[in-house]
Design a protein around this ligand. Structure first.
Ligand code: IPD
Ligand code: CA
Ligand code: CA
Length: 265
């Protein structure tokens, strides 16, 4: 029998310890490299933090698999067994440019089902955490179940990219939604943005391309507060590949899907 309370405790301690290491590392000069394009940054701290988790989990839970953004974990073809999906630094551009507004994100799944979600805002020392069936918390404060809000009252997380010329969506699809909502926000860390939806600080979040490590932790938080997440086509997210993501309060999620995205070209 898997001891989930033990894994939950363990994961919280590990993410806090990793966060302390990241805070300490900010006193030293970062080694910054680019990946797929000049704006896709990675630092020595992203890689070292990922390795910290991998070495720890392999030592203490040798049967668990690890999917990490920096590729030092396992190459997974399936979500069978217990899988840790880890983004060691989500919001690396913020990490490099602002030294804040980034998070460590962990989702732990069992046979594809979300069991534990953690998103740690390292600088604010805010740990959003949830275990399946036990509610979600920010540090020790329980997060309330999401209450219905109208689109007019919605704070929408969206990057301006998606309402300008881009390769993934006609800018005309989401521009009217941006006009209709109360306000838009873009924080530059998908994991934090999903945690903010779970915490009711935003009501919805939409983006056209995320990887499993960007959304795994946040989605498990959303499960515990009654949040909904799908692709922009309304399909279930695939935790082994890239996806578009529409997450939010159920009422707002449905309206965005039906009134805006169903017609997308
Ligand atoms: C990125 C952030 C960003 C999102 C990008 C991600 P990274 O993650 O979550 O908000 O828009 O798509 O790649 O590279 O900083 O871990
Ligand atoms: Ca990320
Ligand atoms: Ca990352």
């Amino acid at each position: 029998m898997t001891n989930w309370p033990e894994i939950y405790q363990y994961a919280q301690q590990a993410i806090k310890e990793a966060g302390q290491r990241v805070r300490n590392a900010l006193n030293n000069e970062l080694k910054i490299e680019t990946k797929s394009n000049p704006n896709d940054l990675v630092t020595n701290i992203d890689k070292e933090t990922e390795l910290f988790f991998i070495e720890k989990i392999r030592k203490d839970f040798s049967t668990h698999s690890i999917l990490g953004e920096e590729g030092q974990g396992d190459e997974l073809q399936s979500l069978e067994g217990i899988v840790w999906i880890i983004d060691p630094i989500d919001g690396t551009v913020n990490f490099v440019h602002q030294n804040r507004n980034f998070a460590i994100s962990i989702g732990i799944l069992e046979n594809g089902k979300g069991k534990i979600g953690l998103v740690y805002d390292v600088i604010s020392d805010e740990l959003y955490h949830a275990a399946s069936g036990q509610g979600a918390y920010m540090n020790d404060t329980p997060l309330d179940p999401l209450k219905p809000v109208s689109v007019e009252e919605t704070i929408l997380g969206i990057n301006a990219t998606w309402i300008t010329e881009n390769r993934r969506i006609d800018p005309e699809v989401l521009a009217p939604l941006v006009k209709r909502v109360r306000g838009t926000r873009s924080y530059g860390s998908a994991a934090l943005e999903l945690a903010y939806v779970a915490a009711g600080r935003m009501d919805a979040y939409v983006t056209m391309r995320l990887s499993p490590w960007d959304f795994a932790g946040g989605c498990i938080l959303l499960d515990e507060v009654g949040g909904i997440y799908t692709t922009v086509d309304g399909e279930a997210l695939n935790f082994l590949s890239t996806n578009s993501v529409l997450a939010g309060n159920p009422a707002v999620h449905r309206t965005i899907l039906e009134e805006y995205l169903a017609e997308k070209k």
